[in-house]
Design a protein around this ligand. Structure first.
Ligand SMILES: [Zn+2]
Length: 391
């Protein structure tokens, strides 16, 4: 009996000894030094929220003590930020990095360039009109004089002003009068280059049709140098496209800490006309045709395409090419249903030079086909259509 008890005590002692040894090995052999990778010179819009942990790309064997602390982005300029971590030895360590706060972007207004109403019938000029400054909604107001009780064409402006004082002004026309008058106004001055309504088959066997001047191929709205949109077509940026873009940007921002945003979404016929005419006056029409669409031929008028920006990485020009956000988008956009509309070295197919910033929504299925494992196929090549002006 005694012998048995002592044996049991010995066993308990041995187990305790093993546990202590295990703990000692854990503390002295397996404790590792902290490894931390900090993002330098992160550029962020004024008043955008960013926390300390957003500035840490990766961290091992340590925790961030002040991770949830917000960086003060209320003032433009360089902000020095202290990152405090606690390592495995329970020691605090401090790291410094810099955040660059830049002026917010100009608000982008989504609107219709032409509103019509019958004489004496009041309409809300702000109905369906919205403006965004990055992710934030901006209030829109109307500038100019008009009278619902006096027939005529009123040139008015939508004004959007963000908190930083950046102002966007967009012209639109309010037509007050009879319906007959409205049609008359539309047909004067604008030469439409849309296809005649009817059905056709592309060189690659896809069925297409044009209805009310809008062309669809295999069910997809197509606009390029061959296929124009009617001057009155002004749907604004498609809300579904906008929300899907947001999901994509959120993923990019979460994965890579980017701050990608839409800088130009819907563009009306008149806006495109103004843009194109400016470029043509500056560079000549043949040069402008390579990078800017003639009115009616811009995909931006479809409300299904947009240009993106990222502060510090260039904006709607070749400085955006090959930047981390451009690379991410080229690699991942198809997962969200977007295509790089004007891929590299496809000018003879798309009619336009490479645009690393312009994306078009076509849905995940078609986008995956066009992505082609990173070797983008143009929409024109896929459908078997051209992109050439016939005037
Ligand atoms: Zn574009």
């Amino acid at each position: 009996m005694r012998k048995k008890k002592s044996k049991k005590n010995k066993l308990i002692f041995l187990i305790i000894l093993l546990i202590i040894m295990g703990l000692l090995v854990y503390f002295f052999a397996f404790k590792k030094d902290a490894k931390i990778e900090i993002r330098e010179n992160v550029t962020i819009n004024q008043n955008k929220k960013i926390t300390i942990k957003d500035l840490v790309r990766s961290i091992e064997n340590a925790t961030i003590v002040n991770g949830n602390e917000e960086v003060d982005t209320s003032k433009i300029g360089n902000i020095n930020v202290k990152i405090i971590i606690k390592d495995n030895y329970n020691k605090d360590k401090e790291y410094n990095t810099k955040v660059i706060v830049v002026d917010g972007d100009v608000p982008v207004i989504n609107f219709k360039n032409k509103l019509t109403t019958e004489l004496g019938v009041k309409i809300d000029l702000l109905d369906g009109v919205s403006a965004k400054d990055g992710d934030d909604d901006v209030k829109v107001s109307v500038e100019g004089e008009y009278d619902f009780n006096k027939s005529g064409e009123y040139k008015l402006y939508y004004i959007a002003k963000d908190d930083d004082g950046n102002v966007t002004k967009e012209e639109f026309t309010l037509i007050v009068g009879e319906k007959k008058q409205e049609q008359k106004n539309n047909s004067t001055g604008v030469v439409e280059h849309t296809k005649e309504d009817g059905e056709f088959t592309t060189s690659k066997g896809f069925k297409g049709y044009t209805k009310n001047g809008i062309t669809y191929i295999d069910g997809f709205l197509v606009v390029n140098k061959t296929y124009a949109l009617p001057s009155t077509y002004a749907p604004g940026l498609n809300s579904d496209v906008e929300s899907k873009a947001k999901v994509m940007f959120d993923a990019a921002n979460k994965e890579e800490g980017f701050n990608i945003y839409i800088v130009s979404g819907f563009r009306s016929y008149d806006t495109q006309k103004r843009l194109y005419n400016n470029y043509a006056a500056r560079d000549g029409a043949s040069s402008a045709d390579v990078y800017s669409a003639r009115p009616g031929h811009s995909e931006h008028q479809s409300g299904l395409a947009f240009d993106v920006c990222h502060n510090g990485y260039g904006c709607i020009n070749s400085t955006f090419d090959n930047t981390p956000p451009a690379k991410w988008l080229a690699k991942n956009a198809y997962k969200y249903g977007f295509i790089l509309r004007f891929p590299k070295n496809k000018t003879n197919e798309t009619g336009y030079q490479y645009e690393s910033w312009h994306f078009r929504y076509v849905g995940v299925e078609l986008a995956t086909k066009l992505y082609n494992d990173g070797n983008w196929i143009s929409l024109e090549d896929y459908f078997g259509i051209t992109s050439e002006y016939d005037y």
